[in-house]
Ligand binder design. Structure first.
Ligand SMILES: [Zn+2]
Length: 104
């Protein structure tokens, strides 16, 4: 059910591949903590890496810290982290984003 075509035309431009509001809503959805290690949020991580065809949709993005982002690289979540973490990632991507306009 993740069709392309609904992107806002801001993909792939340096660090502006995602709108700040969307980024903030994903941070809020995940409790402003790295889904892998619970460190304070520092970036977003693609569940399915871009290099493997993953999209910039919120369902494919989770909050992460730089250390975990680097540690994972383009490997699958399950290849690097334990089953509990993989489950937490899956649950995070299924949560509904908080509404726009909520401060983060
Ligand atoms: Zn982390």
């Amino acid at each position: 059910m993740s069709h392309r075509g609904a992107r806002a035309g801001n993909g792939g431009r340096g660090m502006h591949w995602i709108r700040d509001t969307t980024r903030g809503r994903i941070y809020a959805r995940d409790g402003h903590r790295c889904v892998y290690c619970s460190a304070p949020r520092e970036c977003l991580d693609h569940v399915i890496p871009r290099s493997r065809g993953g999209t910039n949709a919120p369902r494919n993005l989770v909050t992460a810290c730089f250390a975990c982002n680097v540690k994972r690289g383009a490997a699958s979540v399950r290849a690097v982290f334990c089953a509990d973490v993989a489950r937490a990632v899956r649950n995070a991507t299924r949560r509904v984003l908080p509404p726009r306009g909520v401060p983060f």
